[in-house]
Design a protein around this ligand. Structure first.
Ligand SMILES: Nc1ncnc2c1ncn2[C@@H]1O[C@H](COP(=O)(O)OP(=O)(O)OP(=O)(O)O)[C@@H](O)[C@H]1O
Ligand SMILES: [Mg+2]
Length: 407
């Protein structure tokens, strides 16, 4: 196991029922597969978590996504034991969280994790730097030292200039940055973020997502991020966990969620997502088709083999010219048998990990697009049609689930 695969948070068969007798009849009903609404009707207990299992690796952004009431907040609260669980096990860095209490629990929360919530929960009468340094103050860190750490955290979120301002003087987006800086100031391994960006305007929200990902590239925290927005989940998540009625429906990379939705419920969400932002070029490209520069026009046309075009390459395999079927046929009709005059060099090149959205403009030209690696070598071809086909395939997947019961 490499360091990157190391597990840091694990929920194992976790159940959480709300009500006076969580381990009584209600629990039996849940285990027998009775649905959340029926459990509530029959026992008066609310199903918070229903046999939840997931494992979060060190350094990843793990996003839990689901509708209101699906159990997202309940799940995150088991990690810092803001909730006791009804049954199961929650392990954080090998520690069984349920066994912690009192000062040991407090120390564990303070040292291991930082928390960011939807409502910033800043002290309005304290200035920014004191808010950010608050967690360190609680830990008994001296003022000069915590100011230093607070300033450093503020610089990560671009707010060091506001250190002495009152938090009430800041905009919502800035206040949320202060919240993030506060969570980072104690330098915890784990960030727990519950709808941290949900109250922000779409534009500011995107900015915050970008900034968080930049900070993450630098600091490599483990981030458990909760959202009800699948677009946000797919944008920032290394892996996404979809919940419904307290149960996990699917866990996967954004690509897997989009292209292999496990149920109609997931597929329905996926329908509303801009897939072009997630699907990458290598998933739709075909094997490179190349034509030898010394070939005749007729031979070159044959190599296209009914597809959009072929590339001629230099001795390092870098594309230098594109022969489309159309250009080739036109040249042939005009009587030439040479390849060179029919080649065009105004083709577009993209990388295998570009997203479809990044190649839309190029695809709009209707020409085959060269996919090149870091050395400029041709590794594939994107036919503009295949982009549309891929989008269509996802639509069909959704249709295929149509007869399932969604809610
Ligand atoms: N303290 C509580 N007492 C009783 N029921 C609770 C409590 N906290 C949560 N629940 C119930 O547990 C279920 C899951 O709630 P939870 O807050 O985890 O949902 P959520 O996915 O975070 O929703 P939201 O997107 O609205 O924040 C809901 O049905 C909720 O009513
Ligand atoms: Mg919630």
């Amino acid at each position: 196991m490499t360091a990157a695969d190391e597990e840091i948070i694990r929920l194992k068969n976790v159940y959480k029922l709300f009500g006076p007798q969580p381990t009584g009849r209600a629990f039996d009903l849940v285990k027998a597969g009775v649905g959340k609404n029926d459990v509530q009707r029959m026992s008066g207990h609310v199903v918070g978590l229903n046999n939840v299992n997931f494992s979060i690796r060190k350094g990843e952004i793990f996003v839990v996504m689901g509708l209101s009431g699906s159990g997202k907040s309940t799940a995150i609260r088991t990690v810092n034991k803001l909730h006791d669980i009804t049954s199961g096990e929650v392990l954080v860095d090998g520690v069984d969280v349920q066994l912690l209490s009192g000062s040991a629990l407090q120390a564990f929360r303070r040292e291991k994790m930082g928390m960011v919530f939807q409502h910033f929960a800043l002290f309005p009468h304290r200035n920014v730097i004191d808010n950010v340094g608050y967690g360190l103050k609680v830990q008994g860190v001296a003022k000069s030292e915590r100011d230093k750490a607070a300033l450093q955290a503020l610089s990560l979120v671009g707010l060091e200039a506001y250190a002495k301002n009152a938090t009430s003087e800041l905009s919502g987006g800035m206040q949320q940055r202060v919240g993030l800086a506060r969570a980072l100031a104690t330098d915890p391994d784990i960030l727990l973020m519950d709808e941290a960006f949900s109250a922000l305007d779409p534009l500011i929200r995107r900015q915050m997502q970008d900034e968080m990902m930049e900070i993450q590239d630098e600091l490599h925290k483990t981030i458990l991020f909760i959202t009800h927005d699948l677009n946000e989940a797919l944008r920032i998540g290394d892996r996404v966990c979809i919940m419904k009625d307290g149960a996990v429906i699917q866990i996967g990379t954004p690509e897997e969620i989009l292209t292999e939705p496990a149920t109609g419920y997931v597929a329905q969400f996926v329908q509303d997502v801009d897939q072009g932002r997630v699907i990458q070029v290598h998933e739709v490209m075909t094997e490179p088709r190349t034509v030898d520069q010394s070939a005749t026009l007729a031979q070159a046309l044959e190599s296209i083999n009914g597809r959009g075009g072929s590339f001629s390459c230099d001795h390092r395999g870098r594309p230098t010219g594109l022969l489309t079927a159309e250009d080739g046929l036109r040249a042939a009709r005009s009587g030439t048998s040479e390849l060179a005059p029919a080649l065009r060099n105004d083709f577009d090149s993209v990388g295998p990990s570009h997203t479809l959205n990044q190649v839309y403009a190029a695809a709009g030209r209707g020409l085959p697009i060269a996919v090149v690696d870091d050395n400029g070598k041709l590794v594939g071809i994107v036919d503009p049609r295949s982009i549309m086909e891929e989008m269509g395939r996802v639509e069909q997947l959704v249709d295929g689930f149509e007869r399932e019961v969604f809610m």
